[in-house]
Write a protein that binds this ligand. Sequence first.
Ligand code: B12
Ligand code: SF4
Ligand code: SF4
Length: 313
Amino acid sequence: MSLEKLHKIINDFSSEIGFVAYGAIPVKNFIKETQFLMQSLELSYNGSMKYLAGNINIRQNPRLLLKGAKSIMVFLAPYKPTTRQSPELPQISSYAYGRDYHPVIKDKLHKVAEKLKENIPGAQYRVFTDSAPIFERAAAEAAGLGFIGRNTFLISKEHGLHTLIGIIITTEQLYYNNEVVKNGCGTCTRCLESCPTGALVEQYRLDSRRCISYQTIEDKSLYEEQLLRTDRKGWVFGCEICLNICPWSKKGESSKWGEFKPFATHPGKTSISFTPEEWLKMTEEEFNSFFRHSPLKRAGLFKIKDNIVNSQL
Ligand code: B12
Ligand code: SF4
Ligand code: SF4
């Protein structure tokens, strides 16, 4: 079978199961990106995310993730919500309105990989989303799925910024379209100006310690213990200010993935409708039962309550 025909089969199948974009690149070294990361690490911009400083050799050379790797396949999963939370409620990032995206996307990536194996029975592969030492945004840019904006997002000119990235590394040679999407930021600097904490210290570079997303999810210390205490503008799990302000965020339809929609917790309540008082009254048992499949588990109830107390609107 020709590489073009196989490309069409993969492209059609991935779109049938909900991905909005697919592209592939030959496995390559990510040298420029590794140097960029090393500079950020020297400035301690990774905060307590020590894993960003680990496995640098793998980040630079993803061939180390799979023996005989030849290609990186990149997919975009859309999560733009149909309805947003009401602004007076504690704000949750929209990627976390529904179920945890890691198992959801991985499951679909395995389905795509099985389709690859149907056509090339000996194909070896590994699937990743978020979890591995791979420059996912740079891989998506190289695969022609978008450009990296000043706010550090992978921006698709068709699907906007509300996309998550899924990766398959495989031993097979594939069709590479070698398309480059021209940077679409132009003279705009809205994201840099709108970040309330100055976390975008320069274009394309984030000091995670200042980022509300890091402070409310990844940093396990509580507000009072944090080095850089900032006004979190009502965000209690993640932050989307530099995403929503971007003119490209108007692009892209609402996600059709049922898994990413807010879910009912009990009669009259959904995962995104809790008031500050209801959050503060919630017990660990209730939290574990309501949010057992949700990304909110990553922060945990204790930290979410601390975020609520310190993220007054
Ligand atoms: C660590 C991490 C974080 C950290 C740090 C983020 C950061 N910007 O470095 C924190 C906790 C803050 C975070 C927050 C969020 N994250 Co996050 N995160 C990651 C993770 C695991 C690693 C990122 C990483 O390696 N950072 C180090 C820097 C150096 O690399 P990079 O950002 O990937 O790419 C840079 C270089 O390649 C360089 N570069 C490349 N080309 C060029 C060209 C030029 C000219 C220059 C100067 C630089 C340059 O600039 C890029 C941007 O800084 C990735 C998954 C993955 N494995 O990639 C998800 C990931 C980046 N996160 C994601 C998401 C959705 C988020 C949030 C939106 C969640 C939320 N709503 O709260 C926020 C957004 C905050 C923001 N403005 O980026 C998505 C992004 C999808 C997209 N369309 O871009 C990813 C890809 C996960 C996924 N599988 O979908 N995240
Ligand atoms: S996610 Fe929020 S805090 Fe982080 S860089 Fe964007 S606007 Fe700033
Ligand atoms: S807000 Fe403007 S500068 Fe920032 S990423 Fe979007 S287009 Fe680029």
